[in-house]
Every structure is written in structure tokens, then in C-alpha cells.
Write a protein that binds this ligand. Structure first.
Ligand SMILES: C[S@@+](CC[C@H](N)C(=O)[O-])C[C@H]1O[C@@H](n2cnc3c(N)ncnc32)[C@H](O)[C@@H]1O
Length: 641
């Protein structure tokens, strides 16, 4: 038996499908515990006169007395407070570095459900559900063993020990399951990362059926965003009617009971201040169709997506994208050797790709654990120099084992890491550069960051034109591309331009007033995206040779926005003018920095940011942090001009 959500009526893209849903339980990540309020998730200002912390464990902080009062019962009675005290006292130094938000959210969830009488051991045993939330896959994960199973076993023991002092009686289930294991697994498979700014996610939240019953698809029709309740204002629910209703594949009396409970306001009573989630439609949806969100990164091959979903959730995805035959264009292209670009349908997966993937993973871990961005860039660039195609004609004869092209998943992931690592190097260097000795180094790092982020955004845009669920990723990448190009424009601003004729965009965009009924017609959306694409293309034609110069891997890429130079099997996105086609042949644009190119670099930044703002308003609404950040950047540019 499984639950899902379907549309009550036909919905256009860019409409909110749900009201702001309050969480069942939340937990800040360990890294945010000292900087953010454990109740409302707002940042606690330095030296705030209202700031308070738990006097028992000292591990959670609150921004004001209202937040403390609303959270202290669940913090202490769930066992979270005791968990902090015991965990900090008894844990070995190695386990202290492990993230504990899953365990704390599970303690809180269990306490909230138990106090509402929503947990009975019989129903948990028979339905693999707790408080209406699915815990399906728990038997498989424990039988299979491995890291995740160990996490569930160890975490549930810590939960048990934290709850013991307050528990009236121990609840065991059949087959060695305990209520703690089920609650922890339910958190692992139903919780979402709470992201409210471009910084790292703050923590996790578990919502009731009205959010947790949305199933996954690799070509989803909806996205979600978080809304923090304004400080000191409890959330009053004046709820507009939701556009989705549950659908049950089989009889599910317990699940329906939980649904009715949530409808009656259980969650609001529990988490007065916690982050709300809103689901929004990113594609037109017909009445009665199931609505899907995504649980994973969509820019992966089918094999990687299936493996991700199996290891984290224990299900095999059978969505449209995973089962389509022949495979969809994006999946063919993400996974084929450059020599097979002419007939990607016939390509077979070469085992040599695993070595490249391992190299990449190794470089990523060096970057994230050792914070060594230089070593990371060296490893990835040397892999790309060896394996990224030079010229398609010659590659056909090449005896090399595997040849990458710029739309291959290894290349796209490499661009993503390089864009971030170069930006980080430039940033570190500029903060150390008080006397201006590193100017040349900073210039090179900033230019590399801008160039790699343009090709990342260009490759994602190309894939998005044939699979529009990449829209959310594209809006994020375009914003960071715009920011990287702006950093570079700042570096070369010596003789700043006076005007930017290419930067004036007059495309339809979302209204900035309401989040609910901003619906956009799909055809209008497609044509706006194509216009933005053409702008990106014409600007990149002028400045790409200069940006890629000195970066051997990028010099192989003739144009980072339109990839038709890769051959006729590559989906051609734009109707190119003769002049553009001539420029794309790579024989034309100069590789030195001339005045016109400087203008064009800034215009490219403006175009990326404006495009990102448009897409973010569609996916998340005009008040989302992404759209707001884009607005701020555009205002800043206008101000400087
Ligand atoms: C957040 S819940 C979604 C609602 C769930 N179907 C239920 O019955 O409550 C996540 C769980 O739903 C199941 N699920 C979600 N998407 C699925 C899909 N596309 N195919 C099969 N199972 C899926 C998995 O068991 C997953 O762990």
C-alpha cells in the first residue's frame, strides 16, 4: 500500500499547489546549532539581548523567550536534551564528528506522535508506517547491512538510551524492529533539507502526510520551498484550499487517520515557529494526474539515479524518464563516449568510465574534506585534458579508452566542481591580498571560475531545452554563473563601461505581488527561455575565446551555450543566423580583451542573473531567496553604472 498526491483540478505551471505546511518535527544541523534558533530557524544576531540557551545541555539556542517556551517541552521530553548530555559525555571523539540531526529529529517526531496518541506498536508493525509516514524499506535496509543500516542501528540505540529515563514502557515490535528504528528510518526517508539561502542547508524537517506523501520522479512536475515564520509571530493558519488530494494505492486506514489528524491542525499545534514548506507546480498538470517532486540530483545518469534511490530509499524508480524506450535524449547524451555522438542510441557503457568517475570522486573529497581547492582543480583538469575530446574528426580514429564530450555527466560534474573550487581559490586569495601582490593570480582564478560556470550553465541549459524539469537546477546555476562573471567584471573594471545595450531585457516575467496565482502559460515560458538562450549565445560568441584562453580544457569547447558544433545528432536549440554559425566555427572572435568584450562580459552577467530571476520566480515564486538575490545583484549593477 502506498500513498501519493494528485491534482484536484488542472493547474498551470508556476502556481502554488499547497498552503505553507507546518512541520511535525525539525532539527538544526550540528553546524547551525550555535548560530540559529532551534525553534524558528532564524539566525541569532551576535550579542542579541534576547538570546537564550537550554540551561541543562547548553547545546540548543533560541532567539527569544517565545521560541524557548514553544520548544522547551519537546526538547527536554523527547530525550533530545538528555541525548546531548549523554552523547557529549560518552561518545568517542570519532563519533562526535558524525551528524546527529536525523537522530534528534526522530526523537522529536516520536515524542510529538506519542503525545498525540498517533503511535501504536501494532499498527507500526503491520503497516510499516508511523504517524502516517511511510517507513517502507526498513526491513530491506537492515537485511542488506552496510553503512546506512549501521547508522539506523547505532542511532536507534542512542535514541533508546536518551528516551529511557522518560519512557513509561519499552515498545518492541516484531522481527527485531523497535519503534526507534522505524522512527529513524521514517525521518531518513521522509525528511527534507531546509534551505533558506544560498548558504548550506540549516537543518532538516519532517512534515505530515500533506507534504510527505508526494512521491519521487526523475522528471518531476513540482518543486518546494521553505518559508520561515516571521520572528515573534506564531503562524496563524488562514489556509487557502490545497490543489492536491491524497491518492491511495490500496487500503490504508492508519494513513487516512493521520491525514485527518493533520487536516485538523495537529502540526500547527506542534511546531508553532518551525519552517513551513510550500509545493509549487513547475509544469502544467492535468486534473487527476499524480504530482511528483524529486528526492535526488536529476543531473545524473539513469544508473546513478537508480543506485541513489535504492541506497537511500530502497525503491526502484519506474518514472517516465527511467522507463522510456528509447532512452530520453538527456540520458543518452549524459552517458555516451564522444565517438558515439552520431548514434548515441547504440552506445554501450564502457567500464573505463568507472576510473574517471573514481578520479572525480577522489578530487571532490580532497576539496571537501581537505579544503584543498588547488589540488582538486589540478586533478580534475589533468583528467579533462587527457579525456575531453579535441576534435571530433580526429577522435573517431583515436585508440584511447574513453573520450568525454562537454555534455557528458563526468564533464558536467567536473565543470561544477571547477567553477566552485576556482571561485573559492580566488576568494581566499583576495582576502589574504591586503597589499595587492596576488592580483595576477586572482585574475586567473576569477576568470577560470567564470569560464567554467558559463559552460556548466550552458550545458544545463542545453539539457533543460529537452527535459524541462532541469529548470530548478538551471535557475541555481545561472545565478552562480552571473555572480562569478560579476566577480570577474570587477577584476577587469579598470575602464568600466558606460552603457550596456545588450543587457536590456524586456521579456515577460512573473508578477512580484502574489505567490499563489502567478500561473504562466507553458508556450510563453518556452519562448521566453529560447529568447534568453539566444541572448546568452550571442553574448558568449563575443567573449568566450577570451574567457577560455589559457585554460586548455575550455579551449577545446567552441561555444559554451550552443553545442551544435558537436555534430548533427546534437539537438539544435536555436535557429542560428549565418553570422552566428560563422562565429561558432571558432575562426572569428579575437582572444584578446578588447573594449567591446568587456562590455559584453558584464552584459553576460546581467543576462544570466535576469534569466535566473525569471526561472526562480517560476519554480519557487518571486519572494524566494534566489529571486531576491538576483534582484539585489541587478540593483547593485544598475547603481554602479
Ligand atoms: C516521502 S514518502 C512518499 C509517500 C509514500 N509513497 C507513502 O506511501 O507514504 C517516500 C517513500 O515513498 C516511496 N516512493 C516514493 N517515490 C516512489 C517511486 N517513484 N516509486 C516507488 N516508491 C516510491 C518510497 O518507499 C519512499 O521511501
Amino acid at each position: 500500500m502506498a500513498m501519493g498526491m494528485r491534482a484536484r483540478e488542472s493547474v498551470n505551471m508556476s502556481e502554488d499547489l499547497t498552503q505553507a505546511i507546518a512541520p511535525y518535527a525539525t532539527a538544526l544541523h550540528d553546524a547551525s546549532l550555535q548560530s540559529h534558533c532551534s525553534s524558528c530557524f532564524h539566525r541569532i544576531p551576535a550579542q542579541s539581548p534576547h538570546d537564550m540557551s537550554c540551561t541543562m545541555c547548553g547545546s540548543v539556542r533560541y532567539c527569544c523567550s517565545d521560541c524557548l517556551i514553544s520548544d522547551c517541552e519537546v526538547h527536554s521530553s523527547s530525550g533530545e536534551c538528555c541525548f546531548f548530555v549523554k552523547h557529549l559525555r560518552e561518545a568517542s571523539p570519532s563519533t562526535l564528528t558524525e551528524e546527529t540531526s536525523d537522530i534528534r529529529a526522530a526523537l522529536r517526531l516520536l515524542y510529538s506522535l506519542e503525545t498525540r496518541g498517533l503511535v501504536s506498536s501494532d499498527s507500526v508493525s503491520s503497516s510499516n508506517r508511523i504517524g502516517g509516514l511511510s517507513a517502507s524499506g526498513i526491513r530491506e535496509v537492515l537485511e542488506e547491512g552496510g553503512e546506512i543500516a549501521e547508522g539506523v542501528l547505532e542511532g536507534s540505540l542512542l535514541m533508546l538510551s536518551a528516551r529511557k529515563s522518560r519512557m513509561k514502557n519499552y515498545v518492541g515490535l516484531s522481527n527485531g524492529l523497535t519503534i526507534e528504528k522505524v522512527a529513524l528510518w521514517a525521518v531518513m526517508t521522509n525528511s527534507v533539507e531546509v534551505q533558506i539561502s544560498e548558504e548550506q542547508s540549516l537543518g532538516i524537517a519532517v512534515y505530515g502526510p500533506s507534504f510527505s506523501w508526494f512521491n519521487h520522479s526523475c522528471c518531476p512536475s513540482a518543486s518546494y520551498r521553505f518559508v520561515l515564520v516571521p520572528q515573534n509571530e506564531g503562524c496563524t493558519s488562514n489556509k487557502p484550499e490545497s490543489c492536491v488530494v491524497p491518492v491511495s494505492k490500496g487500503a490504508a486506514p492508519d494513513a487516512w487517520h493521520a491525514w485527518q489528524n493533520e487536516e485538523a491542525g495537529f502540526a500547527h499545534a506542534q511546531c508553532k515557529y518551525g519552517p513551513r514548506v510550500v509545493v509549487r507546480c513547475t509544469k502544467p498538470i492535468n486534473k487527476g494526474d499524480e504530482v511528483f517532486i524529486t528526492y535526488i540530483d536529476l543531473l545524473q545518469t539513469r544508473e546513478a539515479r537508480l543506485s541513489d534511490l535504492w541506497s537511500k530509499y530502497k525503491f526502484i524508480c519506474s518514472c517516465e524518464r527511467c522507463t522510456a524506450l528509447p532512452k530520453p535524449y538527456v540520458d543518452l547524451i549524459l552517458n555516451c563516449d564522444a565517438r558515439n555522438l552520431k548514434s548515441p542510441h547504440n552506445a554501450v557503457t564502457d567500464p573505463a568510465i568507472e576510473d574517471l568517475d573514481n578520479n572525480l570522486q577522489q578530487a571532490i573529497s580532497e576539496y571537501s574534506f581537505l579544503d584543498d581547492s588547488k589540488a582538486c582543480c589540478d586533478v580534475i583538469e589533468s583528467m579533462l585534458s587527457e579525456n575531453l575530446m579535441n576534435d571530433l574528426q580526429q577522435e573517431e580514429l583515436s585508440p584511447r579508452k574513453y573520450i568525454l564530450h562537454p555534455l557528458h555527466h563526468i564533464s558536467v560534474s567536473s565543470f561544477m566542481i571547477l567553477a566552485s573550487a576556482y571561485r573559492c581559490s580566488a576568494f581566499k586569495s583576495s582576502t589574504d591580498n591586503l597589499h595587492g601582490e596576488n592580483c595576477d593570480f586572482i585574475f586567473r582564478m576569477t576568470k577560470a571560475a567564470a569560464a567554467y560556470s558559463i559552460v556548466l550553465a550552458g550545458a544545463t541549459h542545453h539539457l533543460f531545452l529537452s527535459e524541462c524539469s532541469f529548470v530548478t537546477l538551471l535557475s541555481h546555476f545561472l545565478l552562480s554563473t552571473g555572480q562569478s562573471i560579476l566577480d570577474f567584471a570587477e577584476c577587469i573594471k579598470g575602464e568600466t563601461r558606460k552603457n550596456m545595450p545588450e543587457a536590456i531585457f524586456s521579456f515577460a516575467s512573473c508578477s512580484t505581488n502574489s505567490a499563489k496565482h502567478d500561473s504562466v502559460r507553458y508556450n510563453q515560458f518556452r519562448s521566453t527561455c529560447e529568447k534568453f538562450g539566444k541572448h546568452l549565445l550571442s553574448l558568449s560568441l563575443q567573449c568566450w575565446p577570451f574567457l577560455a584562453q589559457g585554460l586548455p580544457c575550455l579551449e577545446k569547447i567552441k561555444n559554451p551555450i550552443d553545442f551544435s558544433w558537436l555534430g548533427p545528432a546534437i539537438f539544435q536549440a536555436f535557429q542560428l543566423s549565418e553570422e552566428d554559425s560563422f562565429n561558432l566555427s571558432g575562426k572569428h572572435a579575437p582572444a584578446t580583451l578588447i573594449e567591446q568584450q568587456k562590455e559584453c562580459i558584464l552584459s553576460l552577467a546581467v543576462c544570466c542573473i535576469t534569466y535566473s530571476k525569471y526561472l526562480a520566480s517560476i519554480c519557487y515564486g518571486p519572494e524566494h531567496y534566489l529571486a531576491n538575490r538576483a534582484k539585489d545583484l541587478l540593483e547593485c549593477i544598475n547603481h554602479v553604472q
